[in-house]
Design a protein around this ligand. Structure first.
Ligand code: FA5
Length: 342
Protein backbone atom coordinates (compact mmCIF):
# COMPACT_ATOMS: atom_id res chain seq x y z
CA UNK A 1 0.00 0.00 0.00
CA UNK A 2 2.77 2.36 0.98
CA UNK A 3 4.55 1.57 -2.23
CA UNK A 4 1.42 2.30 -4.25
CA UNK A 5 1.09 5.60 -2.40
CA UNK A 6 4.70 6.53 -3.27
CA UNK A 7 4.07 5.60 -6.90
CA UNK A 8 0.95 7.77 -6.96
CA UNK A 9 2.87 10.62 -5.40
CA UNK A 10 5.64 10.54 -7.96
CA UNK A 11 3.19 10.26 -10.92
CA UNK A 12 1.07 13.09 -9.54
CA UNK A 13 4.15 15.28 -9.08
CA UNK A 14 5.25 14.68 -12.66
CA UNK A 15 1.75 15.53 -13.90
CA UNK A 16 1.85 18.70 -11.82
CA UNK A 17 5.23 19.75 -13.24
CA UNK A 18 3.89 19.17 -16.75
CA UNK A 19 0.96 21.55 -16.39
CA UNK A 20 1.56 24.28 -18.96
CA UNK A 21 -0.93 26.92 -17.89
CA UNK A 22 -3.50 27.88 -15.28
CA UNK A 23 -6.26 25.96 -17.05
CA UNK A 24 -4.21 22.72 -16.90
CA UNK A 25 -3.51 23.42 -13.25
CA UNK A 26 -7.20 23.84 -12.54
CA UNK A 27 -7.92 20.40 -14.07
CA UNK A 28 -5.09 18.92 -12.02
CA UNK A 29 -6.65 20.36 -8.87
CA UNK A 30 -10.03 18.92 -9.66
CA UNK A 31 -8.57 15.48 -10.42
CA UNK A 32 -6.26 15.21 -7.41
CA UNK A 33 -6.71 17.77 -4.65
CA UNK A 34 -10.44 18.60 -4.65
CA UNK A 35 -12.58 16.90 -1.89
CA UNK A 36 -13.28 13.84 -4.09
CA UNK A 37 -9.89 13.95 -5.88
CA UNK A 38 -7.34 11.11 -6.00
CA UNK A 39 -5.08 12.48 -3.24
CA UNK A 40 -8.04 12.98 -0.92
CA UNK A 41 -9.28 9.48 -1.65
CA UNK A 42 -6.07 8.02 -0.19
CA UNK A 43 -7.38 9.04 3.22
CA UNK A 44 -10.21 6.55 2.81
CA UNK A 45 -7.62 3.78 2.33
CA UNK A 46 -6.19 4.35 5.85
CA UNK A 47 -8.95 2.34 7.52
CA UNK A 48 -8.31 -0.57 5.21
CA UNK A 49 -4.67 -1.25 6.22
CA UNK A 50 -3.83 -3.55 9.16
CA UNK A 51 -3.92 -1.84 12.54
CA UNK A 52 -0.18 -2.06 13.21
CA UNK A 53 0.64 -0.30 9.87
CA UNK A 54 -2.18 2.18 10.07
CA UNK A 55 -0.37 4.89 11.96
CA UNK A 56 2.66 4.94 9.65
CA UNK A 57 0.44 4.77 6.54
CA UNK A 58 -1.80 7.54 7.82
CA UNK A 59 1.24 9.72 8.38
CA UNK A 60 2.53 8.93 4.87
CA UNK A 61 -0.88 9.84 3.32
CA UNK A 62 -0.91 13.14 5.16
CA UNK A 63 2.64 13.94 4.06
CA UNK A 64 1.89 13.07 0.44
CA UNK A 65 -1.27 15.18 0.47
CA UNK A 66 0.36 18.23 2.06
CA UNK A 67 3.48 17.97 -0.12
CA UNK A 68 1.28 17.72 -3.21
CA UNK A 69 -0.71 20.74 -2.03
CA UNK A 70 2.50 22.73 -1.39
CA UNK A 71 3.87 21.74 -4.82
CA UNK A 72 0.53 22.75 -6.33
CA UNK A 73 0.72 26.21 -4.74
CA UNK A 74 4.32 26.74 -5.89
CA UNK A 75 3.31 25.69 -9.41
CA UNK A 76 0.29 28.01 -9.31
CA UNK A 77 2.42 31.03 -8.34
CA UNK A 78 4.86 30.23 -11.11
CA UNK A 79 2.16 29.83 -13.78
CA UNK A 80 0.47 33.03 -12.66
CA UNK A 81 3.70 34.98 -13.14
CA UNK A 82 4.21 33.32 -16.51
CA UNK A 83 0.67 34.27 -17.50
CA UNK A 84 1.22 37.94 -16.52
CA UNK A 85 4.54 38.02 -18.38
CA UNK A 86 2.88 36.61 -21.51
CA UNK A 87 0.03 39.14 -21.35
CA UNK A 88 2.50 42.02 -20.99
CA UNK A 89 4.63 40.73 -23.87
CA UNK A 90 1.56 40.40 -26.11
CA UNK A 91 0.42 43.96 -25.37
CA UNK A 92 3.83 45.57 -25.40
CA UNK A 93 4.20 48.92 -27.21
CA UNK A 94 7.49 49.90 -28.73
CA UNK A 95 7.61 53.56 -27.79
CA UNK A 96 10.76 54.06 -29.85
CA UNK A 97 8.93 53.39 -33.14
CA UNK A 98 8.39 56.56 -35.24
CA UNK A 99 4.84 58.00 -34.96
CA UNK A 100 2.32 58.00 -37.78
CA UNK A 101 1.16 61.63 -37.99
CA UNK A 102 -2.57 62.20 -38.44
CA UNK A 103 -3.36 64.64 -41.22
CA UNK A 104 -5.55 67.46 -40.02
CA UNK A 105 -8.05 69.00 -42.42
CA UNK A 106 -7.69 72.64 -43.35
CA UNK A 107 -9.77 75.48 -44.69
CA UNK A 108 -10.14 75.95 -48.42
CA UNK A 109 -7.98 78.78 -49.84
CA UNK A 110 -11.13 80.68 -50.85
CA UNK A 111 -12.52 80.44 -47.30
CA UNK A 112 -9.22 81.67 -45.89
CA UNK A 113 -9.09 84.59 -48.33
CA UNK A 114 -12.75 85.54 -47.77
CA UNK A 115 -12.11 85.63 -44.01
CA UNK A 116 -8.93 87.65 -44.40
CA UNK A 117 -10.49 90.22 -46.75
CA UNK A 118 -13.67 90.54 -44.68
CA UNK A 119 -11.49 90.86 -41.58
CA UNK A 120 -9.65 93.87 -43.01
CA UNK A 121 -12.93 95.66 -43.70
CA UNK A 122 -14.40 94.65 -40.35
CA UNK A 123 -11.44 96.28 -38.64
CA UNK A 124 -12.37 99.44 -40.55
CA UNK A 125 -15.84 99.25 -38.99
CA UNK A 126 -17.72 97.37 -41.72
CA UNK A 127 -20.33 95.05 -40.23
CA UNK A 128 -20.60 91.50 -41.68
CA UNK A 129 -23.85 90.92 -43.56
CA UNK A 130 -24.99 87.85 -45.49
CA UNK A 131 -27.69 87.33 -48.07
CA UNK A 132 -29.10 84.38 -49.99
CA UNK A 133 -27.50 82.74 -53.04
CA UNK A 134 -30.91 82.13 -54.62
CA UNK A 135 -32.25 85.53 -55.50
CA UNK A 136 -35.13 87.35 -57.10
CA UNK A 137 -34.36 88.89 -60.46
CA UNK A 138 -35.27 92.31 -59.12
CA UNK A 139 -32.67 92.24 -56.33
CA UNK A 140 -29.91 90.98 -58.57
CA UNK A 141 -30.70 93.28 -61.53
CA UNK A 142 -33.75 95.52 -61.49
CA UNK A 143 -33.16 97.37 -58.21
CA UNK A 144 -29.52 97.69 -59.21
CA UNK A 145 -30.66 99.83 -62.11
CA UNK A 146 -30.78 97.02 -64.67
CA UNK A 147 -34.39 96.71 -65.84
CA UNK A 148 -35.34 93.76 -68.09
CA UNK A 149 -33.61 94.05 -71.48
CA UNK A 150 -30.94 96.34 -70.06
CA UNK A 151 -27.81 95.55 -72.09
CA UNK A 152 -25.67 95.40 -68.93
CA UNK A 153 -27.43 92.14 -68.00
CA UNK A 154 -25.38 90.52 -70.74
CA UNK A 155 -22.24 91.31 -68.76
CA UNK A 156 -23.24 88.61 -66.30
CA UNK A 157 -24.57 85.39 -67.85
CA UNK A 158 -27.09 84.03 -65.41
CA UNK A 159 -28.38 80.68 -64.12
CA UNK A 160 -32.17 81.02 -63.94
CA UNK A 161 -34.56 78.72 -62.03
CA UNK A 162 -37.55 80.53 -63.48
CA UNK A 163 -38.18 83.92 -65.03
CA UNK A 164 -37.95 85.59 -61.62
CA UNK A 165 -35.64 83.34 -59.64
CA UNK A 166 -31.93 82.97 -60.25
CA UNK A 167 -28.55 82.25 -58.66
CA UNK A 168 -27.06 85.60 -57.75
CA UNK A 169 -24.40 86.71 -60.22
CA UNK A 170 -22.78 89.07 -57.74
CA UNK A 171 -22.92 89.96 -54.06
CA UNK A 172 -24.31 93.37 -55.07
CA UNK A 173 -27.80 91.79 -54.81
CA UNK A 174 -27.22 91.80 -51.04
CA UNK A 175 -26.92 95.62 -51.16
CA UNK A 176 -30.67 95.86 -51.64
CA UNK A 177 -31.40 93.55 -48.67
CA UNK A 178 -29.06 95.53 -46.42
CA UNK A 179 -30.46 98.92 -47.49
CA UNK A 180 -34.05 97.82 -47.02
CA UNK A 181 -33.21 96.45 -43.58
CA UNK A 182 -31.43 99.58 -42.33
CA UNK A 183 -32.78 102.59 -44.31
CA UNK A 184 -32.84 105.46 -43.49
CA UNK A 185 -30.00 104.83 -41.03
CA UNK A 186 -26.34 105.14 -42.14
CA UNK A 187 -24.87 101.82 -43.15
CA UNK A 188 -21.43 100.23 -43.32
CA UNK A 189 -21.43 96.52 -44.25
CA UNK A 190 -19.13 93.88 -45.72
CA UNK A 191 -20.93 91.12 -47.57
CA UNK A 192 -18.99 88.00 -48.57
CA UNK A 193 -20.27 84.95 -50.46
CA UNK A 194 -20.47 82.71 -53.49
CA UNK A 195 -21.71 84.00 -56.83
CA UNK A 196 -22.62 82.05 -59.96
CA UNK A 197 -22.30 82.86 -63.66
CA UNK A 198 -23.20 80.79 -66.67
CA UNK A 199 -19.81 81.32 -68.27
CA UNK A 200 -17.22 79.24 -70.06
CA UNK A 201 -14.68 77.95 -67.57
CA UNK A 202 -11.32 79.46 -68.51
CA UNK A 203 -8.02 80.11 -66.69
CA UNK A 204 -9.57 83.38 -65.40
CA UNK A 205 -13.24 82.46 -65.01
CA UNK A 206 -15.21 79.87 -63.09
CA UNK A 207 -18.97 79.31 -62.95
CA UNK A 208 -18.89 79.78 -59.20
CA UNK A 209 -16.59 82.12 -57.32
CA UNK A 210 -16.56 84.27 -54.21
CA UNK A 211 -16.97 88.01 -53.99
CA UNK A 212 -16.65 90.35 -51.06
CA UNK A 213 -18.89 93.38 -51.35
CA UNK A 214 -18.62 96.57 -49.35
CA UNK A 215 -21.32 99.21 -48.93
CA UNK A 216 -21.18 102.45 -46.99
CA UNK A 217 -24.07 104.93 -46.89
CA UNK A 218 -24.25 108.18 -44.98
CA UNK A 219 -24.87 111.92 -45.24
CA UNK A 220 -21.37 113.08 -46.23
CA UNK A 221 -19.94 110.10 -48.07
CA UNK A 222 -17.60 111.06 -50.94
CA UNK A 223 -15.48 109.47 -53.63
CA UNK A 224 -12.41 110.26 -51.55
CA UNK A 225 -13.80 107.96 -48.82
CA UNK A 226 -13.89 105.17 -51.37
CA UNK A 227 -10.28 105.81 -52.36
CA UNK A 228 -9.21 105.99 -48.74
CA UNK A 229 -10.95 102.74 -47.77
CA UNK A 230 -9.54 100.88 -50.77
CA UNK A 231 -6.00 102.23 -50.32
CA UNK A 232 -6.10 101.15 -46.69
CA UNK A 233 -7.40 97.73 -47.73
CA UNK A 234 -4.62 97.29 -50.33
CA UNK A 235 -1.96 98.22 -47.77
CA UNK A 236 -3.37 95.85 -45.15
CA UNK A 237 -3.41 93.01 -47.68
CA UNK A 238 -0.23 93.62 -49.63
CA UNK A 239 2.04 95.75 -47.47
CA UNK A 240 2.43 99.37 -46.33
CA UNK A 241 3.87 100.68 -49.61
CA UNK A 242 1.25 99.15 -51.88
CA UNK A 243 0.03 101.58 -54.54
CA UNK A 244 -3.42 101.59 -56.13
CA UNK A 245 -4.70 103.12 -59.37
CA UNK A 246 -8.29 104.19 -59.98
CA UNK A 247 -9.61 104.02 -63.56
CA UNK A 248 -12.97 105.12 -64.89
CA UNK A 249 -15.33 102.21 -65.68
CA UNK A 250 -19.00 101.38 -66.00
CA UNK A 251 -21.49 99.60 -63.73
CA UNK A 252 -25.20 100.42 -63.96
CA UNK A 253 -25.50 100.59 -60.15
CA UNK A 254 -22.70 103.09 -59.50
CA UNK A 255 -22.10 106.58 -60.88
CA UNK A 256 -19.29 107.37 -61.29
CA UNK A 257 -17.93 103.83 -61.59
CA UNK A 258 -14.31 102.89 -61.30
CA UNK A 259 -12.02 99.92 -61.44
CA UNK A 260 -9.15 99.76 -59.01
CA UNK A 261 -5.80 98.21 -59.86
CA UNK A 262 -2.89 97.45 -57.59
CA UNK A 263 0.80 97.67 -58.50
CA UNK A 264 1.75 94.14 -59.56
CA UNK A 265 2.68 92.28 -56.40
CA UNK A 266 4.97 89.89 -58.25
CA UNK A 267 7.17 92.29 -60.26
CA UNK A 268 6.55 95.47 -58.19
CA UNK A 269 5.46 97.22 -61.39
CA UNK A 270 8.47 96.25 -63.50
CA UNK A 271 6.25 94.23 -65.83
CA UNK A 272 5.83 90.44 -65.88
CA UNK A 273 3.71 87.67 -67.38
CA UNK A 274 1.10 87.86 -64.59
CA UNK A 275 0.43 91.60 -65.06
CA UNK A 276 0.80 91.20 -68.82
CA UNK A 277 3.74 93.65 -68.66
CA UNK A 278 1.53 96.56 -67.60
CA UNK A 279 2.82 96.70 -64.00
CA UNK A 280 -0.79 96.76 -62.72
CA UNK A 281 -3.34 94.11 -61.68
CA UNK A 282 -7.09 94.64 -61.67
CA UNK A 283 -8.41 94.27 -58.12
CA UNK A 284 -12.05 95.28 -57.98
CA UNK A 285 -15.01 97.27 -59.27
CA UNK A 286 -16.42 100.17 -57.27
CA UNK A 287 -18.16 103.51 -57.37
CA UNK A 288 -20.63 105.93 -55.83
CA UNK A 289 -23.99 104.19 -55.36
CA UNK A 290 -26.36 105.30 -58.14
CA UNK A 291 -29.21 107.53 -56.84
CA UNK A 292 -31.77 105.16 -58.39
CA UNK A 293 -30.33 102.27 -56.36
CA UNK A 294 -30.43 104.34 -53.17
CA UNK A 295 -34.07 105.06 -53.88
CA UNK A 296 -34.87 101.37 -54.49
CA UNK A 297 -33.13 100.61 -51.20
CA UNK A 298 -35.35 103.08 -49.33
CA UNK A 299 -32.93 106.01 -49.01
CA UNK A 300 -33.39 109.61 -50.10
CA UNK A 301 -30.54 110.39 -52.52
CA UNK A 302 -30.94 114.08 -51.64
CA UNK A 303 -29.93 113.27 -48.05
CA UNK A 304 -27.41 110.44 -48.24
CA UNK A 305 -24.79 109.13 -50.60
CA UNK A 306 -23.05 105.79 -50.76
CA UNK A 307 -19.90 104.08 -51.90
CA UNK A 308 -19.77 100.42 -52.93
CA UNK A 309 -17.15 97.99 -54.12
CA UNK A 310 -17.03 94.34 -55.12
CA UNK A 311 -13.92 92.19 -55.23
CA UNK A 312 -13.41 88.70 -56.70
CA UNK A 313 -11.72 86.44 -54.16
CA UNK A 314 -10.34 83.78 -56.49
CA UNK A 315 -8.77 86.41 -58.78
CA UNK A 316 -7.20 87.90 -55.67
CA UNK A 317 -5.74 84.48 -54.78
CA UNK A 318 -4.35 84.16 -58.32
CA UNK A 319 -2.62 87.50 -58.29
CA UNK A 320 -1.39 87.13 -54.76
CA UNK A 321 0.28 83.78 -55.34
CA UNK A 322 1.16 84.15 -59.02
CA UNK A 323 -1.14 81.24 -59.99
CA UNK A 324 -2.02 81.25 -63.67
CA UNK A 325 -5.23 79.17 -63.67
CA UNK A 326 -8.33 79.63 -61.49
CA UNK A 327 -9.34 76.00 -62.08
CA UNK A 328 -6.71 74.75 -59.61
CA UNK A 329 -8.72 76.37 -56.82
CA UNK A 330 -11.83 74.24 -57.35
CA UNK A 331 -10.27 71.02 -58.61
CA UNK A 332 -9.92 69.57 -55.12
CA UNK A 333 -6.38 68.38 -55.72
CA UNK A 334 -4.98 68.04 -52.20
CA UNK A 335 -1.41 68.63 -53.42
CA UNK A 336 -2.53 72.14 -54.43
CA UNK A 337 -4.87 72.82 -51.50
CA UNK A 338 -2.40 71.74 -48.79
CA UNK A 339 -0.03 74.52 -49.79
CA UNK A 340 -2.44 76.99 -48.21
CA UNK A 341 -2.05 75.32 -44.81
CA UNK A 342 -4.04 75.85 -41.63
C1 FA5 B 1 -19.39 93.02 -60.30
O1 FA5 B 1 -19.77 91.84 -60.06
C2 FA5 B 1 -19.91 94.15 -59.51
N1 FA5 B 1 -21.04 93.74 -58.75
C3 FA5 B 1 -18.81 94.73 -58.64
C4 FA5 B 1 -19.17 96.03 -58.05
C5 FA5 B 1 -19.71 96.07 -56.80
C6 FA5 B 1 -19.00 97.23 -58.75
C7 FA5 B 1 -20.07 97.29 -56.23
C8 FA5 B 1 -19.36 98.43 -58.21
C9 FA5 B 1 -19.89 98.46 -56.93
P1 FA5 B 1 -17.64 92.28 -62.04
O2 FA5 B 1 -18.56 91.57 -62.95
O3 FA5 B 1 -16.52 93.01 -62.66
O4 FA5 B 1 -18.38 93.30 -61.12
O5 FA5 B 1 -17.06 91.24 -60.99
C10 FA5 B 1 -16.29 91.67 -59.90
C11 FA5 B 1 -15.14 90.71 -59.69
O6 FA5 B 1 -15.62 89.37 -59.53
C12 FA5 B 1 -14.18 90.63 -60.86
O7 FA5 B 1 -13.22 91.65 -60.80
C13 FA5 B 1 -13.56 89.29 -60.65
O8 FA5 B 1 -12.54 89.38 -59.71
C14 FA5 B 1 -14.68 88.48 -60.06
N2 FA5 B 1 -15.31 87.64 -61.09
C15 FA5 B 1 -16.26 87.99 -61.98
N3 FA5 B 1 -16.59 86.95 -62.77
C16 FA5 B 1 -15.82 85.91 -62.37
C17 FA5 B 1 -15.68 84.54 -62.78
N4 FA5 B 1 -16.44 84.01 -63.74
N5 FA5 B 1 -14.77 83.77 -62.15
C18 FA5 B 1 -14.03 84.28 -61.16
N6 FA5 B 1 -14.12 85.55 -60.70
C19 FA5 B 1 -15.00 86.36 -61.31
Amino acid sequence: MLEKLQQYYSTAKTLLQNTANLADLESFYREHLAPSGKATNWKREIGKVPVEERRAFGQAVNEVTSELLAAFETRRDLLKLKDIAETIAAQATDVTLPGRPLRVGGFHPSTLAVREVSGVFQRMGFMPFESAHVELDRNNFEYLNMPPDHPARDMQDTFYFSEDILLRTHTSSGQIHAMRRFAPEPLRIVLPGLCYRHENITPRSEIQFHQVEGLLIGPNVRMSDLKGVLLQFARQMFGPNQQIRVRGSYFPFTEPSVEVDIRCTLCSGEGCRVCKHTGWLELLGAGMVHPAVLRFGGYDPEKVRGIAFGLGIERLILLRHGIDDIRYIFQNDLRFLRQFGE
